[in-house]
Write a protein that binds this ligand. Sequence first.
Ligand code: SF4
Length: 460
Amino acid sequence: MSDKLTKIPESPKVGMVSLGCPKALVDSERILTRLRADGYAFAPDYVGADVVLVNTCGFLDSAKEESLAAIGEAIAENGRVIVTGCMGNEAEVIRARFPDVLAVTGAHQYEQVVDAVHEAAPPTRGPFVDLIPAGADGEVKLTPRHYSYLKISEGCNHSCSFCIIPQLRGKLASRRIDAVLREAEKLVAAGTKELLVISQDTSAYGVDIRHESRTWKDREVRAHMTDLARELGQLRTPEGEAPWVRLHYVYPYPHVDAIIPLMAQGLITPYLDIPFQHAAPNVLRAMKRPANEARVLERIKAWREICPDLAIRSSFVVGFPGETEEDFQYLLDWLDEAQLDRVGAFRFEPVEGATANDLPGAVPEAVKEERFARLMEKTEAISAARLQAKVGRVIRVIIDEVGEPDEDGDMGATGRSQADAPEIDGQVLLRDVPQDLKSGDIVDVLIEDADAHDLFGVIA
Ligand code: SF4
């Protein structure tokens, strides 16, 4: 054998710890996509990595602590650590605690992160690197192949008093509509069955670029939520099916009304994620929430008349400064009327740099706890009743995971209905599924039972 065999250079390996919200996950995917294009491989653990990237979240103080703990763990386990993401804007805090970090970059500073990785572990260049197989679309995805997040903009033009996102991520910067649609088309062609549209404020999409039009498939399409929804509703998978299109972070501006008929026609998923945060006018004013004047209860009623299957998810903050017992009771009564399908709740927590910290009327921790428990009790009862009403119906379910056969050879699976977004909402648990069922399949399911969060059923 020749002793002149060319040694294939080994690609440097990058480890990634991704914390925070779906938007941060999309950032992690973009960074990894760039790095793979540069010839890097990925290490599944600290030990095999030449450098570890920690994508941090800096939204709440508790998230910052979690980010600092993750950085500490990566330093202890590997030692060569680059920090990026929202908490990267507080480089001094990170460097004071961990002087050994190699670099700190902020949210969306893709170039800087990639440069820092190049410096810490120089890329291997050469023809062999190009033999590394790419995924179907050449992009790295951290979500399962059958669903994908589609980020349509960065930043936010509002100034909610509890939030520092505009400081962290800047003003609204919308992506071009044709670029968004091209990405969505690629994802669907590569196997995505469900697109999750995300941004800080999806209903404000395109405001910053004056809803500019671009040519897409021989027609003019505006950078506007309605046009976006309509176009996403035209996409088809390679099997000719319409993918599910789920809208997150929508504020109840009047133009949202135009989306509901698209849901009723089956073009987009009858699901709206609207972070109301509160209902009492005093609290909403103190929170400086966008679109809080809109007569929301009437509109929800009208939306459900047009699209009876519309599922609404929301989140609420209890114990906001100045929230009185009357305000809180107002919220509970409002929830009785609104009958939201899914609700997440948070106890107010001051965030460094947020103007809400200076508001008078701090609510004692014990009162926050008590209100939190009352809110959860109320929303669980509503959720249980709404899920119970689905028992006996046949609904569409997307399969997330198929289990192993038990000793009798029976298999179960978990999936989600159109009312359930991945990771934040409930599940549909299936019994006795066929052996050839796969994640990403969309099937008709007869609902046999329900609890406060999940549905149980069998393929119809
Ligand atoms: S709308 Fe308000 S809460 Fe949402 S990102 Fe903008 S400022 Fe923050």
